[in-house]
Write a protein that binds this ligand. Structure first.
Ligand code: 5GP
Length: 175
């Protein structure tokens, strides 16, 4: 498929290491990594190990229902993460791709809107930065860290194969 960008499992591993290298080289170390589920789960896990940060959270957002098919706005789904757990922390928000960028923007806006300055200078606001494997040219948000830019539809290794069905010869296996 010439109009597609295919990321292999090995390519994903290499991309995660390279993306993490650029974060480390920037001199900014996250204290907490937040994955945007589900697309950001595998990249966030890979970055967590590569960068050596164990604290992780997830925010579950749904936007795409199929190839090029979207809801009108990204929807935040349960279970909801307590955003106050990010107060005062350096937070790295990770997703697979910023396409329209709406999903990433919604999450970044939510985190940035949360912190409040109690007396004008004591701030508990999280310092959030974003990292994606891919960015598309039309994205409304410029991620702080990215591996590559493409305008193609991307096939990720975790979502390319069909969902596994029960094997045909299952009658003889345990129920
Ligand atoms: P956005 O809000 O930036 O338009 O995209 C939100 C989500 O849609 C992404 O995190 C990703 O899960 C999915 N998505 C967007 N573009 C692509 C693509 O090219 N390929 C795949 N597999 N998913 C995509």
């Amino acid at each position: 498929q010439p109009d597609r960008e295919t990321l292999t499992w090995q390519g994903f591993g290499d991309a995660s290491r390279a993306l993490t290298q650029s974060i480390v080289d920037s001199g900014w170390m996250p204290e907490l990594i937040v994955a945007i589920a589900r697309g950001g789960l595998l990249p966030a896990g890979a970055i967590s190990y590569a960068i050596g940060v164990k604290a992780m959270g997830t925010m579950n957002v749904e936007f795409y229902t199929g190839v090029g098919q979207t809801l009108t706005e990204p929807q935040l789904l349960p279970p909801l993460m307590d955003v106050s757990a990010m107060d005062g922390k350096r937070v790295l928000v990770v997703d697979d791709v910023a396409d329209s960028g709406s999903t990433l923007k919604m999450v970044m806006d939510m985190i940035n809107a949360h912190g409040l300055s109690l007396d004008g200078h004591t701030t508990v606001k999280a310092e959030a930065r974003s990292a994606v494997i891919y960015k598309k040219p039309r994205s409304v948000i410029e991620p702080d860290y990215m591996w590559r830019e493409t305008d193609k539809w991307i096939n990720f290794p975790w979502s390319t194969l069909p969902v596994i069905q029960r094997s045909q010869d299952n009658d003889t296996k345990r129920v």
